[in-house]
Design a binder for this molecule. Structure first.
Ligand code: DQQ
Length: 546
C-alpha cells in the first residue's frame, strides 16, 4: 500500500509506515541508544502488536532493526504489550513486558538478548519458565500490565511495579526478587489512589533536588544518596480514562516500600501533567552517557481512523526530553535533548521588536513546516491584566477554549501562529495570557488547534495548562515550539509547561502553498519580542536495516 507523507513528521521518530504506540524499554547500553515500541507490522490501526526496535548513537537518527519481541508462546500469543528494560550489573539488559496469554490473561514475561556483545542487540530469547508474574491472589487478569524498570534497594532485592486497578482504585503492585527471575508479590502495593481507574505504563524514578543531572534508580551504578543527599522521586501513571499522563513529586521510602507524594500535590486526574496536549504512555530512562534522565512519549493521531488507513501510518514519538526537578521542587522541567539541535539548518533572528495591540509579525526566511523556534516575550502593564476567577483553576483547558487566540485581552493573548495559511483560514495558536489574581498573577498557556484545519470532522482541541512562574518578578516569558508537519511540541517558560498538538492543515495538501509562521499579540498591552530565533530543521535519518 502507498504511504501518504504529507503530514508525516521529518525529524520526530516514527516508523516508515504502519501503526505505532507506546515507547518500550528505552535504554542506553554499550554506546547505543535502544528504542523499542508497540507496533502493528500489518497496518495503520492498533492490533497485531509486536515490539519493534530502533537503535541510534545520537537519539536523532535511527536504524530500525528486526522486531525484538513478537507473539510466539502461550504466554504472549495474544499480544506483546508494554514493558521496560533494566540493565543487570555484569549481565546486561533484561526486559520485562506484558504478554496476553492463550486465555487472554495479562501476565508479565522476561526476555534477554541472545548475544549481549551484538551492539544492536538484534535478537532476543524468551525463556520457557515464563511468565514470571501471574494474575493470581485477586489480581484482575485484564488490568495487570506494563512493568517498570527494576531497582534494587539496600536489602539487595530487586523491585518492580506493575500497573493495575481494584474496582475504580488505580494501583501499582509491587514485586520483589533476588535474581530478577523469580518474583514475589509484596503484601502492599507501592501506591494506590481511589477513583482514578486503571494505571497504565507507570514510571517511578529518582530526581536530584538541585540541578539538571539525572540519577539512576539502581544504587549499584550510581549511589544517589552518597552523591547528593537530597533525592526525591517522581511517580507517573497514564490514566486510561482520560488518556493523559499524570505525575506527582514525592518520596519512595525504602524501609516501608511505599511511595508517598508531597503533601500539597494533587494525586489524581486534576494533578500535574508532563504535557497538557496529546501525549500518552510515556517512559523515561537514565542515560549514563550524559548523566541525564530522558523521557519519551507516544503522540497519537487526532485525525480519523479512515485517514490513518489512507495515510498508511499512525503515531509519532515526542522528541526525547531531558527531565529534572524544578528549583521550587513542585514540578519537573522538560527540555528537548540537545542532540536535536544538530538538525538546525538555516536560521533567522529578530530582536527588540514591539508587538502592539492586534499586531502580527511574520517570521520569514525559514521553511515553516519544519521549524524550531525560540522566542522571549517581554511583558508590561501587568497591573492592568484581566482579573482571574479562582473557579478557573480547576480547568485550564476550558479557559483556553473560552479565551482563545482571537479573544482580545489585556496582557495577552500573545504567542505564535504556526502552520498558518497566508489569509489565516488555517493556523494553530500557541500563546500565553496573564491574569491578575489578588496581589499575584496567573499565567495560562494554550495550544489551540480549533482553527488548525478547515476540516471540521477532525479532533481539534484547545489544550491548556498553567505556568508556575512569577511573571511579575521576571517580566518576561519564553516559548519554544518544535513544528514538524502535523506535530507542534511547545515548551513554555523553559519547559515548565509543555503542550503537544497534532494538526492537519489542508494547506499541506498543496505542495506549492506557502506555509507561514507569525508572532502575534491580541492584548491591549504592548509585548516586546526581546529575541526570536528560528531554525529550519533538517530531516532525521530513519532507515530500516533488517
Ligand atoms: N498500550 C499497551 C498496553 C498499555 C497501553 C498495549 C497504553 O500495555 O497499557 O499496546 O497505551
Amino acid at each position: 500500500s502507498k504511504v501518504d507523507n504529507r503530514y508525516k513528521p521529518v525529524y520526530h521518530f516514527r516508523p516508515p509506515k504502519n501503526w505505532m504506540n507506546d515507547p518500550n524499554a528505552p535504554m542506553y547500553f554499550n554506546g547505543i541508544y535502544h528504542f523499542l515500541y508497540q507496533y502493528n507490522p500489518r497496518g495503520a490501526v492498533w492490533g497485531n502488536i509486536v515490539w519493534a526496535h530502533a537503535v541510534s548513537v545520537d537519539l536523532v537518527n535511527w536504524k530500525i532493526v528486526e522486531p525484538a519481541i513478537y507473539p510466539t508462546k502461550s504466554f504472549d500469543i495474544n499480544g506483546c504489550w508494554s514493558g521496560s528494560a533494566t540493565i543487570l550489573p555484569g549481565k546486561g539488559p533484561a526486559v520485562l513486558y506484558t504478554g496476553v496469554d492463550s486465555r487472554n490473561r495479562q501476565v508479565q514475561n522476561i526476555v534477554f538478548p541472545m548475544n549481549v556483545s551484538d551492539p544492536y542487540l538484534r535478537r532476543w530469547y524468551k525463556p520457557d519458565y515464563n511468565p514470571v508474574m501471574r494474575p493470581v491472589d485477586g489480581i484482575n487478569a485484564t488490568s495487570f500490565r506494563d512493568p517498570t524498570t527494576g531497582w534494587k534497594a539496600s536489602d539487595g532485592k530487586w523491585r518492580t511495579i506493575v500497573g493495575s486497578k481494584v474496582d475504580r482504585m488505580g494501583t501499582v503492585i509491587l514485586y520483589r526478587s533476588d535474581d530478577f527471575i523469580h518474583w514475589k508479590k509484596a503484601s502492599r502495593p507501592l501506591h494506590s489512589v481511589m477513583n482514578t481507574g486503571m494505571w497504565e505504563c507507570p514510571d517511578l524514578f529518582p530526581v536530584l533536588c538541585r540541578g539538571k543531572r539525572g540519577v539512576d534508580h539502581n544504587r549499584h551504578t550510581t549511589p544517589v544518596n552518597h552523591i547528593d543527599r537530597c533525592v526525591k522521586h517522581v511517580l507517573k501513571v497514564s490514566l486510561d480514562d482520560t488518556r493523559y499522563d499524570y505525575y506527582t513529586v514525592g518520596k519512595y521510602h525504602e524501609d516501608s516500600d511505599e511511595y508517598v507524594p508531597n503533601l500539597n500535590s494533587i494525586d489524581n486526574a486534576n494533578g500535574l501533567r508532563y504535557d497538557y496536549g496529546s501525549f500518552y504512555a510515556s517512559k523515561s530512562f537514565y542515560d549514563d552517557k550524559k548523566q541525564r534522565r530522558i523521557l519519551w512519549s507516544w503522540v497519537n493521531e487526532t485525525d480519523l481512523i479512515s485517514d490513518d488507513i489512507a495515510k498508511g501510518w499512525a503515531g509519532v514519538q515526542t522528541i526525547p526530553r531531558s527531565v529534572w526537578l524544578a528549583k521550587n521542587g513542585r514540578q519537573v522541567v522538560q527540555w528537548p535533548v540537545e542532540e536535536i539541535e544538530s538538525l538546525r539548518g538555516k536560521k533567522t533572528e529578530m530582536k527588540g521588536l514591539k508587538l502592539k495591540q492586534g499586531s502580527r509579525l511574520e517570521v520569514k526566511g525559514v521553511k515553516a513546516t519544519q521549524t524550531d523556534v525560540e522566542v522571549v516575550f517581554k511583558v508590561s502593564g501587568l497591573e492592568r491584566a484581566e482579573p482571574f476567577d479562582p473557579s478557573w483553576f480547576s480547568d485550564p483547558e476550558k479557559l483556553c477554549a473560552h479565551k482563545g487566540a482571537e479573544v482580545p485581552g489585556k496582557v495577552g493573548p500573545f504567542g505564535l501562529l504556526v502552520l498558518a495559511s497566508g489569509n489565516l483560514t488555517e493556523y494553530t495558536a500557541v500563546f500565553f495570557r496573564v491574569f491578575k489574581y489578588r496581589s499575584k498573577y496567573v499565567t495560562l498557556m494554550c495550544s489551540d488547534a480549533t482553527r488548525s484545519s478547515l476540516r471540521s470532522e477532525l479532533y481539534k482541541r484547545s489544550f491548556g495548562g498553567f505556568v508556575d512562574i512569577d511573571i511579575k518578578k521576571r517580566q518576561q516569558i519564553s516559548l519554544r515550539s518544535l513544528i514538524d508537519r502535523s506535530i507542534v511540541e511547545s515548551f513554555g517558560a523553559k519547559g515548565r509547561t509543555c503542550i503537544t498538538s497534532r494538526v492537519y492543515p489542508t494547506l499541506l495538501s498543496d505542495e506549492k502553498a506557502k506555509v507561514h509562521l507569525f508572532a502575534f499579540n491580541h492584548g491591549s498591552e504592548t509585548v516586546k519580542i526581546s529575541n526570536l530565533k528560528a531554525w529550519e530543521m533538517r530531516k532525521a535519518t530513519i532507515v530500516e536495516d533488517v
